[in-house]
Structures are given as structure tokens and as C-alpha cells.
Design a protein around this ligand. Structure first.
Ligand code: G4F
Length: 358
């Protein structure tokens, strides 16, 4: 039985990784949370297993990492915690670097000093490719970030390489293209779309007034996969003989506009686009009513226009491939958001015991 520290367990990927490991291994999992006066355990509230323990660990505090690494002596550290919202990284560039880059250095230093056989996973991002030079993008594509977030992930990647090569650590950095699912935060475009389409579907079905929602650049292209598929691949790479860099992607690209269209189709809404030469005029119409408008507010200072991954090599090395298609992913998210509206309970409160709370 091994000991695994997973950061970011209240987020999408961390919570999916916990589920995957509880279902497929015998290991003990230490999920890290930051000490907050209000907890947000929505994504893990249904996990009831003695092998899953929550611990206080602040990834921006080196001492907090040292204390936990020394006392647990983990076999694996899977670092999913991040300031993961690209749009926010222009407002909080320093916090983005502290959370996404310095924390990686703290973990690598702690592993080197106290636990050198521990295997470390660093979550990279296709935002590292940024202003892309070619399609589809594979591991050889250069770092050309367009946001403080992208730059923070490039720096983390370089640090992982340096520590791997200098100290012979089993440290891997995997570049993840966009990955979504039912536990995705609503600030990301996919869940923003599916939760609004679900709400609008209910409003229409109930004969209520429809309140439109707003989006930014719907012509941006992304390579979207299911987070639940990716966590399986991450576990496989952590158990390979040698550490290296990887790319995970669906090997397809779609516009945000296509995601909106598939969401409407999944909810059974018949839509029409209103478009002029000015993309800010674009509107989405259902039953003669506007359900979505464009707002400049959601445009970014610098956009990554096209992400389209090539994970052929990773698939061969790991003998892995994703199970969920783009269409099935959208359908699953829309259906989940419709179901959540049916089952909404404002008094739903789930609290965990935290192991190392004083
Ligand atoms: O959903 P997004 O915010 O994701 P983004 O920026 O691609 O980043 C995600 O994927 C990365 C991997 O490539 C991760 F590293 C990162 O942590 C995160 O998970 O935006 C997707 C696209 C962008 O082009 C954005 O400009 O959607 C466009 N968009 C259009 N309207 C919008 C909106 N994005 C958001 N969040 N909200 C909008 O209203």
C-alpha cells in the first residue's frame, strides 16, 4: 500500500484523480486543502472512504510543504492545485506565479531533501504553446505563452526538467490540452455554457422569461477532452519506468461556437445564429428570443486562437486512449446541469474532518 499526496482535490482534476485511485488501487490518499473559514467540498462530498484523508497544506508556503512531506513521506505527489483560470491571470499575475510555479519548486526541493524516491507529477498546459507555430501541437512545439498563466506553466515545466536532470528525480510534466466534465468550475467557458443552457431550457419549459447569458470570443478553437479520461493517463505515466514529458489531447479541435451549438442540441433547443460583419453583434436565438449575446468584457488582452493537440506518442507509450468523444462530453455536461437544477438543495452541507488540524 503506497501513500499519495494529491493537491487540488476540491477542483475538477484532483477530485477525479481521488475517485480513480480509490476505485483502481489500494493506496492511501492524502488530499490537500487550504485552511479557509468557508469550505468548498462540493466536488468530493460524495467520497466516503477511509483511505481518503484530508490534510491542511498551503502550496504557496514552503514550510507547509516541508512539514507534510516529512511527516507523510509519500510515494507519489500529484500536483493539480493551481490558479487555473487563464483570464484571471492578468489580474493576479504574481499570485498566479506563486501558486503555479513557486509551489512546484517547493515540492521539488522538498522531495530532493527529504523524500528523493517520491514520484512527482506537475500539471502542464497547452497554454504553454500559446501563439502556436504549427498544428497539431506535439511535445516538440516551443513555449510561446500569451498569458501570465501560460508563462507560469512554462516556468514550472523548465523547473521540473532541471530537477529531473540535476538530481535524478522521477519528476514529470504533462502538457494537458483543455479537459472538462461535470465537476468543472463555472468560470470556464464549457461549464458556463452548459449551466446556462440547462437554466434556459428550464425557463423555456416552464414558460418563464428567458434571461440571456454573455460570452467573449466564440471563434477561439480548443482541443477538449474529458478530465476523467486524463486522470487515468496521468496515473499510467507516474508508473512508467522512466520519467519524461508528455502531451494529453483529444487530437481534435472545435470552436467555442460549436460547443454552444452541441449544448443546444443536447438540451433539445432549436437555435438560429444572428451574425453581421461585426462579431460583437452575434446573437443566439431560440423561439425568437435572444438567449446568448457577445460581450467585450469576456475578451482577453491576448488570446490563444487555436489549440489542436497531437498526443499520438503519449498514447503509444502508455497504451492508452480517451474513451469519451467531444459530442458525448458536451451531452454529459448538459444533462448533468439539467439534473442539478432538478435536485438543487440549498441546505446541502458536507463537512470533512481534516487530519492535521490543530
Ligand atoms: O474555458 P476557458 O476559460 O479555458 P482556457 O483559457 O482555454 O484554459 C483552460 O485550458 C487550459 C489548457 O489549454 C488549462 F491550462 C487552463 O487551466 C484551463 O483549464 O476558455 C476557453 C476559450 C478561450 O479562448 C476564451 O477566450 O473560451 C473563450 N471564451 C469565450 N467566452 C470564454 C468566454 N472563456 C471564458 N472563461 N468565459 C467566457 O465567457
Amino acid at each position: 500500500m503506497k501513500k499519495i499526496i494529491i493537491t487540488g482535490v476540491t477542483g475538477q482534476d484532483g477530485s477525479n484523480m481521488v475517485r480513480y485511485l480509490l476505485n483502481n488501487t489500494e493506496h492511501i490518499i492524502y488530499g490537500t486543502v487550504r485552511r479557509l473559514s468557508v469550505t468548498n467540498h462540493e466536488n468530493i462530498k460524495d467520497i466516503k472512504d477511509e483511505r481518503f484523508k484530508l490534510i491542511n497544506l498551503d502550496i504557496t508556503d514552503q514550510q507547509s510543504i516541508i512539514n507534510n512531506v516529512k511527516s507523510i513521506m509519500p510515494d507519489y505527489i500529484i500536483n493539480f492545485a493551481a490558479q487555473s483560470f487563464v483570464g484571471e491571470s492578468w489580474n493576479t499575475p504574481i499570485q498566479t506565479f506563486t501558486t503555479n510555479t513557486l509551489s512546484v519548486m517547493y515540492f521539488l526541493e522538498s522531495i530532493k531533501e527529504y523524500c528523493p524516491t517520491c514520484r512527482f507529477y506537475s500539471a502542464g498546459s497547452s497554454e504553454e504553446f500559446g501563439d502556436v507555430e504549427y498544428v497539431p501541437q506535439d511535445i516538440k512545439h516551443p513555449c510561446r505563452p500569451r498569458s501570465p498563466y501560460g508563462a507560469s506553466k512554462c516556468s514550472a515545466r523548465h523547473l521540473v526538467k532541471v530537477y529531473r536532470e540535476s538530481y535524478n528525480l522521477f519528476a514529470i510534466h504533462c502538457i494537458l490540452f483543455n479537459h472538462e466534465g461535470i465537476r468543472r468550475g463555472k468560470e470556464f467557458v464549457t461549464r458556463k455554457i452548459t449551466s446556462n443552457i440547462a437554466r434556459i431550457k428550464k425557463e423555456i419549459d416552464n414558460g418563464e422569461k428567458v434571461t440571456p447569458f454573455e460570452l467573449g470570443n466564440i471563434y477561439a478553437k480548443r482541443d477538449w477532452s474529458d478530465s476523467e479520461d486524463f486522470v487515468e493517463a496521468v496515473w499510467l505515466m507516474l508508473n512508467m519506468k522512466e520519467p519524461r514529458e508528455y502531451v494529453l489531447s483529444s487530437n481534435e479541435t472545435h470552436t467555442v461556437k460549436e460547443f454552444v451549438e452541441l449544448s443546444c442540441q443536447s438540451a433539445g433547443l432549436k437555435y438560429q445564429w444572428f451574425e453581421t460583419i461585426n462579431e460583437l453583434d452575434t446573437k443566439l436565438i431560440v423561439n425568437g428570443e435572444v438567449i446568448m449575446k457577445i460581450s467585450k468584457k469576456f475578451y482577453r488582452p491576448a488570446e490563444v486562437d487555436l489549440l489542436y493537440g497531437d498526443s499520438t506518442e503519449t498514447r503509444q507509450i502508455l497504451n492508452w486512449k480517451p474513451k469519451v468523444s467531444f459530442k458525448d462530453l458536451v451531452y454529459k455536461m448538459v444533462m448533468n446541469d439539467i439534473k442539478l437544477l432538478d435536485n438543487y438543495n440549498p441546505n446541502d452541507n458536507n463537512l470533512y474532518n481534516i487530519e492535521n488540524t490543530l
